[in-house]
Design a protein around this ligand. Structure first.
Ligand SMILES: Cc1cc2nc3c(=O)[nH]c(=O)nc-3n(C[C@H](O)[C@H](O)[C@H](O)COP(=O)(O)OP(=O)(O)OC[C@H]3O[C@@H](n4cnc5c(N)ncnc54)[C@H](O)[C@@H]3O)c2cc1C
Length: 397
């Protein structure tokens, strides 16, 4: 049986980042992941699963040594963020307002994961078990036994980074509070007649928002983009059944004119759920990322929150090591939840408030929404304070 300081279950973006950040503290770490990652080649089509990576997440990926590789493979920076409901209420945020070069980058999830795995494979302090799967956890006073499909590991700390339907969470007996939203989301990769854009935008429609995320590279038509279409589950089911040609017509009819001409390349639908673990810790088991919280993707914050968890866990353990405490003591580990729970809850509640406000059919609520947007543009005092504060919050600063 192999002995580790930490065993991370789940080698997705958040699990892989957790493993690296703890190995940076000199801990001996194992990562257990079900599925091997496919190597990158520049000729591969852009993947459907992309994330808007905030400046705070970029800082973490830099600290973990991944950023130069991500930049070299592919990613798309954006400087501007446009939000509106009716055409007269358009608000634009600009990186200059917070003295930054960019507001963030749109990156394929698998590129982020692969860059982290590359660092993991170069790190002598990390062992990757893949393809492997967690079967059972036994918690003892000072250590845990982790039974995998073909081996058994021993660890002082287990990190559950195994996503929204976390098996670690279930094994730790941690309950959740949550619900499914009435809407679903369809991700659609398209070729655009416009070349690579430096803006990401979102229009709030009564049926649900529509969003544009620029993607890197040049296509035969011009550029690439990832579109997100939020709508009722029935409507998203209808769209899923369409051919790419039919979907293209539906997108052109539904999205704002500024999108221009497009060709649909790929599409997939996703349910929208909200889940919050009732606690992030049971003794020496800690939850991070989607295993701890699954958020409405409306403002693209899910993995950004997960990366903030990673940073908070690293800080909690680093402080304990520096002050000579037992870093895996459950009382020390409580510091992690203290750092993260309120922040995650605030972001989840903000997304719920946005979702509720923008899906409200009342004409009075609609007028109030548009007035608020217009005030952001027209009143200089509001403009400087509210806008830059909202922007810094969205960028994780
Ligand atoms: C439509 C949509 C759009 C989104 N857009 C954004 C965005 O723009 N920005 C953003 O920040 N977030 C976004 N998100 C959220 C983001 O995708 C998630 O927050 C993120 O993927 C969570 O990462 P994770 O590593 O915590 O979990 P996951 O990505 O779910 O990874 C979990 C890993 O654990 C492995 N695993 C599971 N069970 C086991 C087991 N028993 N044994 C071993 N391994 C196991 C899985 O194979 C997987 O690799 C979006 C989500 C959706 C649905």
């Amino acid at each position: 049986m192999e002995n580790f300081d930490c065993v991370v279950i789940g080698g997705g973006m958040v699990g892989a980042a957790s493993a690296l950040s703890l190995a940076q503290l000199g801990l001996k770490v194992a990562v257990v992941e079900k599925f091997p990652a496919k190597a990158f080649s520049a000729s591969q089509a852009l993947d459907l699963r992309v994330s808007a990576i905030s400046l705070a997440s970029q800082h973490l990926l830099t600290q973990l040594g991944c950023w130069p590789q991500i930049r070299q493979w592919r990613c798309c920076p954006y400087k501007r963020l446009g939000v509106w409901e009716s055409d007269t209420s358009y608000v634009e945020f600009n990186a200059q307002e917070i003295n930054e070069e960019n507001l963030g980058h749109i990156i394929e999830n698998r590129i982020i994961q692969l860059s982290l795995w590359q660092q993991i494979s170069n790190h002598v302090g990390i062992t990757l078990y893949c393809p492997e799967s967690l079967q059972h956890i036994e918690q003892h006073e000072d250590y845990s036994l982790i039974n995998l499909s073909t081996s058994q590991l021993k660890a002082k700390l287990i990190i559950g980074a195994d996503g929204a339907n976390s098996f670690v969470r279930a094994q730790a007996g941690i309950g959740i509070t949550g619900w499914d939203y009435n809407q679903s989301a369809m991700l659609i990769n398209v070729e655009t007649a416009l070349t690579q854009q430096d803006i990401t935008w979102q229009q709030f429609l009564t049926s649900g928002p529509v969003a544009f995320l620029p993607l890197p590279g040049e296509s035969d038509l011009g550029g690439y983009a990832s579109l997100v279409w939020y709508d009722s589950k029935e409507k998203i089911n209808q769209l899923s059944a369409m051919s790419n040609k039919q979907l293209q017509q539906a997108v052109i009819a539904h999205f704002p004119k500024r999108l221009g001409s497009i060709n649909v390349i790929d599409k997939a639908a996703f349910p929208l759920t909200r889940r919050h673990a009732n606690t992030y810790q049971n003794h020496r088991i800690i939850l991070v990322g989607d295993a701890a919280h699954t958020i409405n993707p409306l403002a693209g914050q899910g993995v950004n929150l997960g990366f903030k968890d990673v940073k908070a866990l690293q800080t909690t353990i680093a402080d304990a090591i520096a002050s000579g405490k037992s870093w895996h003591d459950p009382i020390v580990l409580k510091g992690y939840e203290k750092l993260r729970r309120a922040d995650n809850l605030l972001m989840m509640s903000t997304m719920d408030a946005l979702y509720a406000t923008f899906s409200h059919p009342s004409i009075l609520v609609k007028t109030a929404r548009n007035t608020a947007f217009m005030a952001l543009n027209k009143l200089p005092f509001l403009n400087n304070t509210v806008k830059s504060k909202a922007l810094a919050y969205a960028c994780g600063l």
